[in-house]
Design a binder for this molecule. Structure first.
Ligand code: 5AD
Ligand code: SF4
Length: 474
């Protein structure tokens, strides 16, 4: 049994991170463990978690489990959780309540709890005390150990808790069952060393560890060969890629090498303004297969709050970078993340955030009310703003964000833009759907033969969060 410790998770050791391969650590004798059994995964949170679930699915299928699409039918339910804000927590505990009922009806149902919440000391304590019926708890650093943990849980018939606070080595070649046939997520790094004061990620995902470039390039080449058209390079703070590799190989080098593979579309998330170099901008400009789309979290427009958040840039620096990006890449779309109601945020601070939004006129923004996370410095800061006031600020901000999102989209009316057609629209089965190079969702009229292709689409109607269009070649 290994339980997480917040104190240990904070530590950044200088230990060299080694690279292992999954083939060398998996135990082949467990390949039949899931025979005639089904699994169901419920995933919360970011793309990183979604991608982890793609790995978990493939690991389970190597053990002969088969996927089922309802949790009621499953013999094994896995909850892959998110810890970023309180509401993610609440949703997970609500879901656990539903699973408890199933477990009462079906005695041999196996339940696993993993992801970022499993890395939290207080959560694991609660699970071991009040949720003893959860069979397996494992963390973000050891999902590759799932077969062995499951095996032990089935043998011992006791709750197995295997969560490490300190990240281990990088494991390459973990199998993956991708959700999409044309777009793939590719991890380029794990963890984060920025320690923004509100953020739990540096504790739940550990220290920054970059994958070696050769593995990333190999993965992209293999994806291209399999017919994938788009890769999204994933990391909590991708611009800091390579800083831990003891070489001069940085994000701009990686972007360039990935671009040279010739894969049609490359995206990368998430960027921190601090590490966005001029060289990166040059590379993005030079290669047409690096998409003109940048997610650049602002968090706040007040220097005072940015300092309290530990963001390491000022409003002016953010605006300067934004300007530079827009000048170099005028066609690009830029989106952001903003937190309102950070402890001590005054009306004036908030107005400075609105001012930056007015200046940047983002293509879209994810907006959040500050949520105190146990163990982070911001959770201990004095917070005297009422929830009502925070909600009002969020509404006010959203109104402004939506106005600019619509205005940005309006530019596209009657223009022809490239769209990767992914499949049928979930809202209207008679339409196709896909994303532009600038990451705008388009519902498209056209023949289904274009699914899996990048085609020219004439934009015919604009909404705040999507557009309508028709395929030009039709
Ligand atoms: N409270 C509210 N929002 C948060 N985010 C991260 N931590 C918190 C928190 N404690 C937001 C940030 C980040 C996005 C992924 O989630 O805006 O960029
Ligand atoms: Fe969290 Fe992002 Fe800051 Fe890292 S850079 S601590 S993931 S907000």
């Amino acid at each position: 049994m290994h339980v997480p410790s917040l104190k240990e998770a904070k530590i950044r050791n200088k230990k060299e991170v080694l690279t292992k391969t999954y083939e060398n650590i998996k135990e082949s004798k467990l390949e039949k463990l899931g025979l005639n059994k089904t699994y169901y995964i419920k995933t919360y949170g970011c793309q990183m978690n979604e991608h982890d679930s793609e790995n978990i699915k493939a690991i389970l299928e190597e053990m002969s489990f088969k996927e089922t699409d309802t949790m009621e039918n499953a013999d094994f339910i896995i909850l892959n959780t998110c810890a970023i804000r309180e509401n993610a927590h609440n949703k997970v505990f609500g879901y656990l309540g539903r699973i408890k009922h199933l477990k009462q009806e079906k005695e041999d149902l196996i339940v696993a709890f993993c992801g970022c919440m499993a890395q939290e000391e207080s959560i694991v304590k609660e699970l071991t005390q009040k949720y003893k019926w959860v069979d397996i708890i494992f963390g973000t650093h050891n999902l590759h150990e799932l077969p062995t943990i499951l095996y032990h849980a089935l043998q011992s018939k006791k709750q197995e808790v295997e969560v490490y606070s300190i990240e281990g080595d990088i494991v390459e070649n973990i199998p993956v069952k991708r959700a999409n046939k044309y777009k793939a997520w590719v991890n380029i790094m794990y963890g984060c060393d920025k320690f923004c004061t509100y953020c739990i990620v540096p504790y739940t995902r550990g220290k920054q560890r970059s994958r070696k470039p050769e593995y990333i390039i190999e993965e992209v080449k293999a994806l291209k060969k399999q017919g994938y058209l788009e890769v999204t390079l994933l990391g909590q703070n991708v611009n800091a890629y390579g800083k831990d590799l003891n070489s001069n190989y940085k994000m701009e080098n990686l972007l360039e090498d990935v671009a040279k593979t010739g894969i049609e579309r490359i995206r990368f998330v998430t960027s921190h303004p601090w590490d966005f170099t001029d060289k990166m901008i040059e590379v993005i400009k030079k290669y047409p297969n690096i998409m003109p789309y940048i997610h650049l979290p602002l968090q706040s427009g007040s220097d005072r709050i940015l300092k309290l958040m530990g963001r390491r840039y000022t409003k002016e620096e953010y605006l300067k970078l934004y300007q530079k990006l827009k000048e170099a890449l005028p066609y690009s779309s830029i989106t952001t993340d903003i937190i309102v109601g950070f402890p001590g945020e005054t009306r004036k601070d908030f107005e400075e955030t609105l001012e930056v939004v007015n200046k940047c006129q983002f293509d879209s923004a994810f907006t959040f009310i500050f949520s105190p996370r146990v163990g982070t410095p911001a959770s201990k800061m004095e917070d005297n703003i009422s929830l009502e006031e925070k909600n009002n600020r969020l509404q006010e901000l959203n109104k402004l964000v939506n106005k600019y999102a619509k205005e940005r989209n309006d530019w596209y009316l009657n223009k022809t833009v490239p769209v990767l057609i992914e499949g049928f629209s979930s809202k209207d089965e008679t339409k196709l759907m896909g994303y532009t190079d600038t990451m705008k969702l388009v519902n498209v009229d056209g023949d289904k033969k274009y699914i899996g292709q990048i085609v020219d689409v004439l934009i015919t109607d604009i909404k705040t969060w999507s557009m309508d269009g028709k395929i030009k070649t039709d």
